[in-house]
Write a protein that binds this ligand. Structure first.
Ligand SMILES: [Zn+2]
Length: 312
């Protein structure tokens, strides 16, 4: 059996896992991300790699290669631009290779999540795949005609910044009304907060009070209890999610769209999307059907995808 290490570099923490060829994580560990200082971060990663191998009960010699996924633009092993980490032009693949003594590769984290599903998960064997991750923002990544779509300077795949409205809401990218403002997990929270403010005696407010916080589950728990207002809020969110998905489906015509991110574990959110998208894409039923599914890997997508990019 061959084993690989996947490193998921986030703004808050670095997570490292030992992954087998089938995508199973055998052992993992994590540490806070030292921001700004890439050399220090690489030291942390190298230590975590050895700890993860120990945790997995896999000898260091049996680790074939190390892969990392970074938030930001990554081109030829160099993290060219990662604002959340404060990294610009960091030759991470070289640094990791030297620090671990293993073959090393680095990719963009959204591409890694896609690779995990494409090589090992629900999109296995498909030639046209879109991976959409609803998180703080929206990550998008694509396989087109059998190839991972990278674009010039590997800068493609910023589907979260397609404009879908004209309401004048400012996006972090400097433009207005981008898709991620209306369809991300952040938007779900914002909508939940707005509903609670509008109906302080409502079911949603009661659920939030019981949970002691407003999180991604509150709206769904309220719907479960028959809250019609919460159901209406979910439908509005779905409409905005579908606006972006239809654009993507019209441009790429994927066989499958994989919906990642914690909130997509909710069937109520994901299940209606397939019919909505297929009834609205150009050509309707005359064009090939677009399947919309939940991923195999949720929280572990970063680790598994980082490792999958270095698998044979
Ligand atoms: Zn934007």
């Amino acid at each position: 059996m061959a084993y690989y290490i996947g490193i998921d570099i986030g703004g808050m923490s670095i997570k490292v896992g030992v992954v087998d060829q089938d995508g199973n994580i055998l052992g993992k560990c994590a540490a806070p991300t030292p921001l700004g200082d890439a050399a220090k971060a690489v030291d942390v990663m190298a230590d975590l790699c050895r700890d993860a191998a120990k945790a997995a009960g896999v000898s260091w010699q049996d680790i074939r290669a190390v892969g990392a996924g970074a938030p930001g633009t990554v081109c030829d092993g160099v993290v060219t631009y990662a604002t959340n980490l404060g990294w610009y032009g960091v030759p991470l693949a070289d640094m990791l290779g030297k620090a671990t003594g293993k073959a090393a590769a680095v990719g963009n984290d959204a591409n890694c999540a896609l690779i995990a599903e494409w090589r090992l998960g629900v999109a296995r064997g498909k030639d046209n795949v879109a991976m959409i991750t609803l998180g703080t923002g929206i990550g998008t990544a694509f396989v087109a005609d059998g190839h991972l779509l990278l674009g010039n300077g590997s800068a493609s795949g910023e589907g979260g910044h397609q404009r879908i409205k004209h309401l004048g809401r400012k996006c972090s990218c400097g433009r207005e009304d981008c898709w991620e403002l209306y369809a991300s997990a952040t938007s779900l929270l914002r909508r939940t907060e707005a509903l609670i403010a509008a109906e302080p005696q409502g079911i949603c407010a009661a659920v939030a009070k019981e949970r002691g916080q407003i999180d991604g589950y509150v709206l769904f728990a309220a719907i479960e209890r028959g809250d019609r207002s919460a159901q209406a809020v979910l439908q509005q969110l779905q409409e905005d999610i579908v606006d972006g998905l239809v654009n993507i489906a019209n441009i790429l015509r994927p066989e499958i769209i994989v919906m990642g991110g914690g909130i997509c574990a909710q069937d109520r959110l994901v299940s209606p999307l397939e019919d909505m998208v297929n009834s609205r894409t150009l050509g309707g039923a005359g064009n090939p059907h677009v399947f919309i599914v939940k991923p195999r890997f949720f929280n572990d997508a970063g680790i598994v995808g980082a490792a999958a990019q270095v698998m044979e």
